[in-house]
Design a protein around this ligand. Structure first.
Ligand SMILES: Cc1cc2nc3c(=O)[nH]c(=O)nc-3n(C[C@H](O)[C@H](O)[C@H](O)COP(=O)(O)OP(=O)(O)OC[C@H]3O[C@@H](n4cnc5c(N)ncnc54)[C@H](O)[C@@H]3O)c2cc1C
Length: 394
């Protein structure tokens, strides 16, 4: 297990090949890949290994390959799927659940056009669904006649908290030193090394990787005004016909319309005994919500959150809502163009790599981002195609 010390202990002059600041989605995978390559790794995490305060809480994250945002992500997704399967094989634990994903929306909107474009460029399996079949296959949805309907059979969801813990456990087994409840407060270059000061000690390393999610701007001042942190609301509801929405009976879904920003999406109900709490039918709105400081987040439900939830339920899942069971507020770290930043840090190219700005769509990539960051830290380059995610583009 990773250490979780209750009293301050100072590890002066402890030297590591690589230090990873932030052992969340991307950092846990990075520790895993680095430790697997035999180097001496320290991972520092300010909270627990998987927690409620950053970007990864909430049981499930959609994974899909017909990437509407930009087809350049598809080769990274191919690798991400492979790496999720390797983690499952190594640990005997399922983290990717294939449910299929139904997309619907006006055919001329970015979502539907982008899904078709990526699928055709990269041969991703994608079905056109006509309205009468949709009414039989997905009877809970009311889909307007002018909407297009598509189904991606290999899509589904991954389980974030469980995957993060598995990466951290496997990294620890391979020799990584992962410290929960230890916050990095400062890092600086010192000749060929980097010195990291935490609230418990001072460490040095040959290479530093920063995967601090919504807090990245606090550690990298040059990124602070580029990353906009937003407060995102997620709901779990009690549907009238529970059985219709359970895993196995209901797919993941993603839809857009002419009246709302972004898209709405949701998951099947996951059995609490296998997946943990909360219970219920999960759904959320993917858009750039209200900006916040990651250390001062309003985590209470607001009238706007309720109105937004009612909008999608009334219009597209009519008659389904019985009551609200649970909700969470989670954080997006948005880059200016909503594409990720994965690169060597400008000005510190020899020593520091960074991955941030995942803009609400990064978790599915965590398994490949760790591999890329391990490549950047150990080899100074990667074969995986990340040119479009350069830190210098802003
Ligand atoms: C509501 C919601 C729904 C989403 N849905 C999807 C989805 O369906 N599919 C998908 O692919 N993606 C989805 N995402 C996005 C995805 O979850 C994020 O892109 C991903 O979790 C970002 O990972 P990260 O490692 O950058 O951040 P995190 O997972 O938050 O990790 C950063 C870690 O760094 C730690 N840290 C920060 N500063 C310090 C410090 N100074 N010292 C020590 N530790 C530090 C933090 O505590 C945190 O644990 C969603 C996000 C949200 C909020």
């Amino acid at each position: 297990m990773w250490s979780n010390l209750d009293s301050p202990v100072y590890f002066m002059n402890s030297f590591f090949d690589v230090i990873v600041i932030g052992v969340g989605s991307m950092g846990s995978s990075t520790c895993y890949h680095l430790a697997g390559r035999g180097c001496k790794v320290l991972g520092l995490e300010q909270f627990d290994i998987a927690h409620e305060f950053g970007a990864h809480a909430g049981q499930s994250r959609i994974i899909r390959k017909a990437y509407f945002e930009n087809s350049d992500y598809v080769p990274l997704l191919e690798r991400a799927y492979e790496n999720w399967r390797s983690l499952e094989a190594e640990t005997g634990t399922q983290v990717y659940f294939k449910t299929g994903l139904v997309y619907f929306g006006p055919p001329d909107q970015l979502l539907m056009k982008g899904v078709k474009e990526s699928a055709s460029l990269y041969n991703v399996a994608l079905e056109n669904v006509d309205h009468s079949s949709a009414a039989k296959r997905f009877p809970s949805f009311r889909i307007p006649a002018h909407f297009e309907i598509l189904f991606e059979p290999e899509a589904g969801f991954v389980t974030p908290e469980s995957a993060i813990r598995l990466f951290a456990q496997q990294a620890t087994k391979k020799g990584a030193d992962i410290r929960a409840k230890e916050k990095a407060v400062e890092w600086k270059q010192d000749g060929p090394q980097v010195v990291v000061t935490s609230d418990r000690g001072v460490y040095s390393c040959k290479k530093l990787v920063i995967t601090a999610g919504p807090w990245a701007g606090k550690l990298i001042p040059t990124l602070a005004n580029k990353l906009k942190i937003t407060r995102q609301f997620v709901a779990w509801i009690n549907p009238k016909k529970w059985n219709d929405f359970e895993l196995g009976n209901f797919p993941c879904w993603l839809m857009t319309d002419e009246f709302s920003q972004g898209c709405y999406y949701g998951f099947p109900i996951l059995n609490e005994s296998e997946f943990g709490p909360p219970r219920g039918l999960k759904l959320a709105h993917h858009f750039r919500a209200r900006q916040t400081d990651p250390d001062q987040v309003d985590r209470q439900i607001t009238l706007e959150d309720e109105q937004d939830l009612n909008y999608v339920l009334d219009k597209y899942l009519p008659g389904c809502y019985e009551s609200l069971l649970s909700y969470k507020v989670c954080l997006y770290a948005n880059s200016p163009d909503e594409d990720f930043i994965i690169d060597k840090l400008p000005g510190y190219e020899e020593q520091v790599a960074v991955a941030c700005g995942f803009s609400g769509h990064g978790f599915k990539f965590a398994s490949v981002v760790g591999e890329i960051l391990a490549d950047l830290a150990l080899d100074g380059k990667t074969k995986l195609p990340i040119g479009f995610l350069s830190a210098k583009r802003f």
